[in-house]
Write a new protein. Structure first.
Length: 281
């Protein structure tokens, strides 16, 4: 999009609602009143609803799914992540995990503003189901990896509290280390599966487009590298070579690579190489 549509306020409102939600989660961390976490989850749910409406209107106006620009992709990432945070809180009622997950969804939406004026790229075959599945699953995978990073942060804080033998305090109602590690592993595994399926769909589409897999494409190489790093962590955990704190630090380190790498690849390398002038067939 080269200009902001009249309904862009929905995205801005979705972003702004997450700030007080984060403050309420922090208030719950300081004083564990269930009303704080319920109110925070309610604000995130309202943010999710506004973001869904913004995405639906964007699709209706464009006559396609809004996936053709850096902003649109980031918007989908933020939408999926907000949905993940709401789901985790509604299902597990962990309260304090919102302290770690909400800043990440807020940051993802904030990063979207950096690309808001970027023009949508003329992606050939955008209506192709394989391409739509590719982009949607890739953004879902990034959301799951972001959630895993939030859980990893919670694990490290909980471990530090337990080592200090504090039975009460700022993070005293976090789940057990075993629960946190299990949730971290499940989110990572789901992210790897979504990314793998998305890549396969992308390869299938690319073969029909120009007869290649596009392995020399910057974004393809980046995605394969990220998937390999997360898969390595899961494999090492299964082998018993890594667990607990080391697994959490690995999840955080790979997420930093993912977050910064996504930004740099799109901003400085132009994203998919075949979309550049003279690229592709």
């Amino acid at each position: 999009m080269t200009g902001m549509p009249p309904y862009f306020w929905l995205y801005e409102a979705a972003f702004l609602l997450q700030a007080p939600a984060l403050l309420l989660f922090l208030a719950y961390a300081i004083r564990a009143r269930r009303a704080f976490s319920l109110a925070a989850t309610g604000l995130l749910s309202a943010s999710l609803a506004l973001h869904l409406l913004f995405t639906a209107l964007s699709a209706l106006v464009a006559g396609r799914l809004p996936l053709a620009s850096g902003f649109e992709a980031l918007s989908l990432w933020g939408l999926a992540l907000t949905g993940l945070v709401v789901w985790v809180e509604a299902r597990h009622q962990l309260g304090l995990l919102g302290v770690f997950l909400t800043p990440l969804s807020l940051l993802t939406l904030l990063m979207g503003f950096r690309f808001v004026h970027a023009a949508a790229q003329p992606i050939p075959g955008l209506q192709d189901l394989r391409l739509l599945v590719h982009v949607s699953l890739a953004m879902a995978a990034y959301a799951l990896f972001t959630g895993a990073a939030g859980v990893a942060g919670a694990y490290l804080v909980q471990e530090r509290q337990l080592k200090a033998r504090r039975s009460a305090g700022l993070f005293y109602q976090l789940p057990s280390l075993q629960e946190l590690e299990g949730l971290l592993a499940r989110l990572t595994l789901a992210g790897v599966a979504a990314l793998a399926a998305g890549l396969l769909a992308g390869f299938a589409w690319r073969l029909s487009y120009d007869g290649s897999l596009g392995l020399d494409d910057p974004k393809v190489g980046f995605s394969l590298g990220i998937g390999a790093l997360y898969s390595l962590g899961l494999w090492l955990r299964r082998r018993g070579a890594i667990s607990g704190r080391r697994l959490a630090w690995l999840a955080l380190a790979v997420f930093v690579v993912l977050f910064l790498g996504y930004y740099l690849v799109n901003l400085y390398l132009g994203g998919h190489g075949f979309l550049k002038p003279g690229g592709g067939r």
